[in-house]
Design a protein around this ligand. Structure first.
Ligand SMILES: Cc1ncc(CO)c(N)n1
Length: 221
């Protein structure tokens, strides 16, 4: 078992709770309410800010041109495809300008943001990879539950969010991230403990992020 799989197994309860969350069930079933989708997307767009910065740090911290190029390509897709999805949904769901650019942040959004910015400030490749890997791998795992595209929900606000995390390029990116992470498994006990804790905390926050999307009081008025 590689380092990535080992860390996943250490927090398999939170991992499985996240990928089988009622939020995901409703999204896959096409019966997620617009209020819940809106609440989630408004917070997730703020998540995307630090996440994009983290991808930029990965470009900078990667040990080789070939690795930098992978992150650079993902950054490009994130800035186009993924951003377009958010803009389309914000328009369809009538999200006010202030909620697109500077909404009140939920507790979990703030905690995730600070976890990402802490990893960012280390500039250490394994630390940066730990957060990216959890975010992308866990999203790939819930999206894989969608199965055959023929049975996906019909509304693009639901199906596009699945497609963005369930397509051959995305799956290849997650596999690559996992191998990249395994290749820099820290031998230094302090770094190893820090990376392990970052991974674990990211999984906990992924679960809490879905919880917050279904609980209105998770976001301050
Ligand atoms: C909270 C969260 N985790 C992971 C992803 C996928 O990058 C996302 N968009 N939002």
């Amino acid at each position: 078992m590689g380092f990535a799989e080992e860390l996943k197994q250490e927090c398999i309860n939170n991992w499985d709770a996240a990928i089988n969350h009622p939020f995901v069930d409703q999204l896959l079933g096409g019966n997620l309410s617009d209020d819940n989708l809106r609440r989630y997307l408004v917070q997730d767009y703020q998540f995307c800010d630090a996440f994009t910065a983290l991808l930029g740090q990965a470009v900078a911290s990667a040990p080789s041109l070939s690795s930098r190029l992978v992150f650079a390509r993902v950054l490009g897709a994130f800035a186009s495809d993924e951003n377009t999805y958010f803009q389309d949904c914000f328009n369809e769901l009538d999200v006010a300008e202030a909620d697109r650019t500077g909404p009140a942040l939920g507790t979990v959004t703030r905690d995730f943001d600070s976890l990402m910015r802490t990893a960012l400030s280390t500039r250490s490749y394994p630390d940066v990879l730990a957060v990216l890997l959890v975010a992308e791998w866990l999203y790939g795992d819930w999206a894989a539950r969608a199965g055959d595209p023929a049975i996906w929900p019909v509304a693009p606000k639901h199906s596009e969010w699945i497609r963005l995390h369930n397509n051959p390029e995305y799956n290849a990116w997650v596999t690559w991230l996992r191998e990249e992470f395994n290749a820099v498994e820290p031998v230094n006990p302090e770094v190893r403990a820090r990376v392990t804790e970052t991974f674990r905390e990211a999984v906990r926050l992924e679960l809490a992020f879905f919880d917050a999307a279904l609980v209105p009081s998770g976001v301050p008025a």
